[in-house]
Design a binder for this molecule. Structure first.
Ligand code: NAD
Length: 297
């Protein structure tokens, strides 16, 4: 069994990005810039945002965190999006989800310029992804694909089960893995809350990608020997042995599933850090696209 170490790999990826940024700056360009909009003070969003800002510093990007109170109006938020779309110094930006109930997520998403949509959530990018065209891939699926590639996990011809059909993880993941591409060519089953006989489906899987958000949902009797397990779930559970009284776990019963696996991601330290590294990769891509930048120029 080998651990797919997202923390270590994301560090390597960020070092690679940092080198590229140094080369860009050495040639007289400004560094790439990522802006992020955070509405309200959801503790999980605060933590994700902290990691994203820290990563920007680490790779040498300029970044700006735009904080707004929970009761910001939709029009005010759309105005911020419009300003970011039109600001030439901003290469890419994200609006951290979830947004407060009174704001229509879809209206905000549609307002983002697809050329700056480094989260890869805009339907334009989603459509390009589905057709195998150049685009910003959503950060978590991009992180998983990158992890599979770097650890040389073969996907071609494999049976993959993706559990969860969200627009940001499960559905794009299923599309990417079934696409005709070096990290695709798999036979993919997309399972969801209405799926019947999930255990039997999982037992046939060479690779399981779990993105449903239920702690210890994937148990050892649901997986075959040698399975590859990618655990996307982030769930906070009670743990009185911890000072905080809680801890983070994935969707997989790691202790019992790991011994049957050939590769497995831990939580924390698996997919999460890869998601942040992917956002950095997308921002660098947005910058390069904008300036049509190549090293040899
Ligand atoms: P979501 O929360 O929007 O939806 C959950 C999905 O799970 C739905 O499609 C639903 O059909 C499916 N589901 C629910 N119960 C099921 C069951 N019993 N059997 C099969 N499928 C079932 O999905 P999301 O936003 O992709 O989030 C999923 C999890 O991944 C959450 O824990 C979230 O925190 C985590 N997440 C992690 C990262 C990361 O970077 N590690 C990124 C995004 C989301």
């Amino acid at each position: 069994m080998e651990i797919l170490d997202g923390r270590k790999l994301s560090k390597t990826l960020k070092e690679e990005i940092k080198e590229e940024v140094s080369a860009i700056v050495a040639q007289g360009h400004r560094p790439p810039h990522l802006s992020a909009v955070l509405v309200g003070n959801n503790p999980a969003s605060e933590a994700y945002m902290g990691n994203k800002v820290k990563s920007c510093d680490m790779v040498g990007f300029d970044s700006k965190l735009i904080r707004r109170v929970e009761d910001i109006s939709q029009d005010e938020l759309l105005e911020i999006v419009s300003q970011l779309n039109n600001d030439d110094r901003v290469d890419g930006f994200i609006v951290q989800l979830p947004l407060p109930e009174h704001i229509d997520d879809e209206a905000v998403l549609l307002a983002i310029d697809p050329a700056k949509d480094v989260d890869g959530f805009h339907p334009y990018n989603f459509g390009c992804m589905a057709q195998g065209m150049d685009c910003f891939l959503p950060a978590t699926p991009l992180g998983i694909i990158t992890m599979l590639e770097r650890y040389k996990v073969e996907t071609s011809g494999k049976n993959v089960v993706v559990i969860g059909r969200s627009n940001i993880v499960g559905t794009p993941m299923s599309i990417l893995l079934s696409r005709k591409s070096p990290s695709g060519n798999a036979t993919v089953t997309l399972a969801h809350s209405r799926t019947k006989n999930l255990k039997e489906i999982c037992l046939r899987a060479d690779i399981i990608i779990s993105a449903l958000g239920k702690p210890f949902f994937i148990t050892h009797d649901m997986v075959k020997e040698g399975v590859v397990v990618i655990d996307v779930g982030i769930n906070r559970i009670d743990d009185l042995s911890r000072k905080s009284g809680t801890r983070l776990v994935g969707d997989v019963d790691f202790e019992k599933v790991a011994p049957k696996s050939s590769f497995i991601t831990p939580v924390p330290g698996g997919v999460g850090p890869m998601t942040v590294a992917s956002l950095m990769m997308n921002t660098l891509k947005a910058f390069k696209r904008k300036f049509d930048y190549t090293y040899n120029k």
